[in-house]
Design a protein around this ligand. Structure first.
Ligand SMILES: *Cc1c(COP(=O)(O)O)cnc(C)c1O
Length: 236
């Protein structure tokens, strides 16, 4: 491990943790109540290993194939899948992931239920919501999710423990706030319909807008570029 890379990662990791803590305090929340998912999709293996050596334990990948390859090399940590999952990858991916953030259809949920039953496991997942309605984004629209919610809670072999969204890209993080607030409101509404089903997790906020997301209730922030910037030429 070249020392410069490790120093750079350490500085970035500390800075991100500090900003998460400050955002929690501003929002009157416990500093540990927002968890950092380090998104490693652009980072080379050396940098991922560097983060793990610094004690970081929760990593997110957006492509199932890359998650599978990397989880073979780096185990004993929590891998999260944050990108689209094809149904034919479910069987391979399930044993490797602690949380899937990106369940975006009933058909995928059906497949997860079927495979989970055959494996005797109960995977933790979040439902991805396309709050902004941008056609390029995956996820349930808020009205569609409300319409199928009572069917979703029947999938008892899958632990649906929260919601995930991405705000539209914008230089100004304040512009993301309504989308995050909407996701939280949607969670509260669904929770109201089925109080026994606990939707504790809100996965929202990336490098450009995570502080606003924490102020609006994020429990998981997915951060990539801020952790790796300046540590090599691999960040686009
Ligand atoms: C890439 C990615 C992130 C991290 O984005 P950064 O802006 O690099 O922090 C978060 N969430 C998802 C779903 C992503 O694909």
């Amino acid at each position: 491990m070249p020392e410069l890379l490790q120093d750079c990662l350490s500085r970035n990791l500390t800075a991100v943790h500090t900003r998460i803590e400050l955002a929690c305090r501003r929002a009157g929340r416990e500093p540990e109540s927002a968890k950092l998912v380090a998104v490693t999709k652009y980072a080379p293996m050396a940098a991922v290993q560097g983060l793990v050596q610094l004690g970081h334990r929760v990593l997110g990948e957006s492509r199932p194939q890359q998650l599978l390859e990397r989880s073979r090399e780096i185990s004993a940590i929590e891998w999260h899948l944050i990108g689209h999952l094809q149904r034919n990858k479910v069987r391979a991916i399930l044993p490797q992931v602690a949380l899937i953030h990106s369940v975006d259809s009933i058909r995928l949920l059906e497949r997860l239920q079927e495979i989970a039953q055959s494996m005797g496991i109960r995977p933790r997942v979040l439902l991805e919501v396309n709050v902004s309605g941008e056609p390029t984004k995956d996820g349930f629209s808020p009205p569609a999710l409300k319409a199928v919610w009572e069917d979703i809670v029947e999938f008892t072999d899958v632990d649906v423990c929260g919601l995930m969204t991405m705000a539209p890209f914008d230089e100004n993080p304040e512009h993301a706030r309504p989308y995050f607030r909407h996701l939280r409101q949607l969670r509260d509404d669904l929770q109201g319909v089925t109080p026994a089903c606990k939707l504790g997790e809100l996965s929202m906020g990336m490098s450009g807008d995570f502080e606003v997301a924490i102020e609006e209730g994020a429990t998981l922030v997915r951060i990539g570029s801020l952790l790796f910037e300046g540590c090599g030429d691999f960040v686009p």
